[in-house]
Ligand binder design. Structure first.
Ligand code: NAD
Length: 249
């Protein structure tokens, strides 16, 4: 038996990296999945991979910035699997480092709308399905905002905004037994690798700030998400750093 047997989960940005790592970990534990992803070609390959291991997987191409996509994803999860227990708001537009003074409306819009508003859209869409039966929502923050990484003003602001949002709603929806927690990773995803490509000195410097000497892997983050999503977990409103021991708040 899996710890998520018969649970139904929506995972956004599931086409690669941590989103896929979480989807795979959920599938390994028996969950039924509704995957949402902007990049169509990635999504189909990943959904097929999970179906190949016996998981029940529905998949939808869409942009989390769009409220209609959130409503459709919840409606499809309910139509195909009859319930919704878990929501993982992992999707986030990439944020190449740019000095704050050069970050224009377009930059702020892209980062805020995918991260903060994508999370808002899916949480509000999921609430009617979770109210009355409880659920687990997992949102994503980042050390970028917590530490204050230069060049990541819009991204850091977005990720800290998601933490504030999550704490407020954790109290509002606590009576409904809906738990809301944040994962704050430093993890070896394709985006992380692209970031440090051809920058061995910078990568070594970052690793030196980590107690364990390396970032987490996608499956480490998957294992954490399984715990946060499982009925045995009693955490809410919390941020879990899974970054090799970089930030110790
Ligand atoms: N990897 C790290 O070290 C790290 C550090 C801090 C925070 N995070 C956060 O963890 C999460 C996952 O990071 P990752 O490194 O796996 O990212 P990634 O860029 O490798 O993957 C993100 C996935 O989300 C999809 N996506 C992007 N915008 C979308 C949108 N608007 N609608 C639907 N799908 C969209 C992308 O196509 C991609 O498949 C993100 O929220 C990120 O901000 C990651």
């Amino acid at each position: 038996v899996g710890v998520l047997d018969d649970r139904v989960a929506i995972v956004t940005g599931a086409g690669q990296g941590l989103g896929f790592g979480i989807a795979k970990a959920f599938a390994d534990e028996g969950a039924k999945l509704m995957l949402v992803e902007l990049a169509a070609e990635r999504l189909e390959a990943r959904a097929a991979e999970l179906r190949g291991q016996g998981a029940q997987v529905a998949a939808m191409v869409g942009d989390v910035q769009d409220r209609a996509v959130a409503r459709d994803a919840v409606a499809r999860a309910l139509a195909e699997f009859g319930q919704l227990d878990i929501l993982v708001n992992n999707a986030q537009a990439l944020a190449p480092p740019i000095p704050f003074i050069e970050q224009d409306d377009e930059h702020f819009d892209r980062i805020l709308r995918s991260g903060l508003m994508g999370t808002v859209n899916f949480m509000q869409a999921a609430y009617p399905a979770m109210k009355g039966r409880g659920g687990s929502i997992i949102n994503f923050s980042s050390g970028a905002g917590f530490i204050g990484n230069p060049g990541q003003a819009a991204y850091g602001a977005t990720k800290e905004a998601i933490r504030g949002l999550s704490r407020v709603v954790a109290r509002e929806w606590g009576a409904d037994q809906i738990r809301i927690n944040m994962i704050s990773p430093a993890a070896n995803s394709p985006s992380f690798q692209a970031w440090f490509k051809d920058k061995p000195v910078e990568l070594a410097a970052v690793k030196a700030t980590m107690a364990l000497g390396r970032p987490s892997e996608t499956w480490d983050v998957g294992a954490l998400a399984v715990f946060l999503a499982s009925p045995a977990c009693f955490l809410t409103g919390q941020t879990v750093q899974i970054d090799g021991g970089q930030i110790m708040p």
